[in-house]
Design a protein around this ligand. Sequence first.
Ligand code: G3H
Ligand code: 13P
Ligand code: NA
Ligand code: ZN
Length: 328
Amino acid sequence: ARITLRQLLDHAAEYGYGVPAFNINNMEQGLAILEAAKTTDSPVIIQASRGARSYANDIMLSKMMEALELMYPRIPICIHQDHGNNVATCLSAIQSGFTSVMMDGSLKEDAKTPSDYGYNVAITHNVARLAHMVGVSVEGELGCLGSLETGEGEAEDGHGFTGKLERSQLLTDPEEAARFVADTGVDALAVAIGTSHGAYKFTRKPTGDVLAMDVIEKIHEKLPSTHIVMHGSSSVPREWQDVFNENGGEMRETYGVPVEEIVRGIRHGVRKINIDTDLRLAATAEMRRVAATSKSEFDPRKFLKPAMEAMSKVCRERFEAFGTAGRA
Ligand code: G3H
Ligand code: 13P
Ligand code: NA
Ligand code: ZN
């Protein structure tokens, strides 16, 4: 059944768990995520980026969501627009049946230039006002994703701002967060704590100076009833990097967000945890393994079936670790 982000995260807050939000672009991701949700009895957020919507087409995506609901009738599913860049993107997602939208006003409409507080509040408040009229939830973002190690925006990923950012832009200010939530009426708030999108987040296992979990604790103290969202929260597991690299891939050494840090965040108000890279990596590592070990194979299903199993395994692990399992 389709539920809103607000309904799901209110339940998560009441029972003290977190919900992974997995990105979806195609049928294989949808089947893998829902199979894991069913196996672990977990509610789930599936989110589509603007790139996913143009890759798969809105009609295909919305019918796929419908198919997943029919196939898994007992699983609560929130369908969320990831990183909406303007009002039109959010409204067309609502028209397609999404129950939640992110208005990412931390960047301007080009999704590349940091914005100012006034712009962010105005556009996010506008989306919240409209979405709430029709019972759809809204996520906003305050602060820019990027590296506290280098002071750079998301140079490598093709997302977000690429260039130097001030430390104050890379870390959400708790006082300003309280003001932002009051000014916009968002249901959930994405924060900047030193994570970035993609595989290359940290050059070593992150410690508090580059992954600012303490900022989450401060925001939660100021805003105890606001649902906090962590973006760029793939863990980029070493085992999957190894499968990828042992089968002809070239991924240089990298570290993601450790699962135990996310679990710590969940104890301090983190309710939605965005994960895309981990499923991409697991799926592609498995496809590389099949390609390297079965060189005469040309049936795509022989690649995609193991890829789905790999994605499902990652999903199951996150549902278990975040306490989502058993909450459907
Ligand atoms: O925003 C980041 C998500 O991982 C979506 O990525 O825009 O390449 O679909 P995408
Ligand atoms: P990752 O690239 O760490 O999976 O982050 C995904 C994300 O934040 C989508 O909005
Ligand atoms: Na989002
Ligand atoms: Zn994101």
